[in-house]
Design a protein around this ligand. Sequence first.
Ligand code: ADP
Ligand code: MG
Length: 362
Amino acid sequence: MSLQAEIKKQFSGFCLEVSLQTEQGIMGILGASGSGKSMTLKCIAGIETPDTGRIILNGRTLFDSQKRINLPPQKRRVGYLFQNYALFPNMTVTANIAAGIKGSRTEKKAAVEKMTELFRLKGLERRYPSQLSGGQMQRVALARILASRPDVIMLDEPFSALDDYLKEELQLEVKKVLDAYRGDVLFVTHSRDEIYRFCGSCVILNQGRAECFGSAREMFQHPRSVTAARLTGCKNISPAKKLGPRRIEALDWKIALNTAEEVGDEVEFVGIHARHLSISAYAQPEGVPRENGPENQFLCRYQGALSRPFETDILLEPVSGSAQKPLWCSIAPDHLKRLPGLTQGALAALSIRPGDILLLKA
Ligand code: ADP
Ligand code: MG
């Protein structure tokens, strides 16, 4: 089971150039809004035609610009869950599900019943899409797709239209269905939580280009590019200059840091997760170094804090030279209470473990 896609398509002002190959299981496509996620899925589904490229699904060529092959969408066996679900508004739930099924009347009836059961749509069979909640519409759309027995399922931001309260329960249900599905799944989202919850592998889309393909877990632990670091939640990113085999200067913060990993020549940025910074109050006068402090410690001035329910994000400005950008550090609210005197302009010491420094390509 695999999907290989090489897609090139030029618009005025936007160029999509994506190369991807699915691995067993659910593959995520993570990208900011406008990075070309939906366009990639539309090309695979056959709704848009690439200028050049090849799309091969389980050995079947769906598209090949050189060989002039371009199968119509209905022959591709691709199940596409649109961002807005795209149910037929003038058809009931049952008719919507049946629309995806090929076969005799009896076969259709049996398959619809199975899907109605599986997606807990009993009692809603005669309703029209306008009479359904967002979650119910999503279940009907998924039932319709699975009923058509596609070779690959593609989900385009499947939870972005739902409110938070509903979302997690639905995510659990959808995850069960997808885990039981034997074909490949492409899961498009701009949410790092969803990638982490659903996907084994992941590709990052940045302005129409696919970069950083690999295991999703690995991507979160060791993002290799600035885009991957940002999309996986790294708030502090600075251009950097290599100082030695394991030493690098973060230019925005004017600080030199030791790294655990060797600094490759391709490294142009460093990233520091807000939660990886340790903070402590600093009582000595500025300029007097603390003895036996932890590695990679530097002084900052407190600028302010934003609270979240279970975490507080503190903004700090490094005091070294003419630092151009502040840093975010997030700590538990309890910890903040144990740092008295942290008021506007107060000094604090930040430190980062060498192993937590992310070395990034542009
Ligand atoms: P995403 O799904 O990642 O938010 P899209 O794939 O919808 O992004 O769009 C990617 C880019 O392609 C956007 O900049 C969008 O404006 C552009 N785009 C999408 N459709 C068309 C089109 N038919 N003609 C020209 N540009 C388009
Ligand atoms: Mg989109």
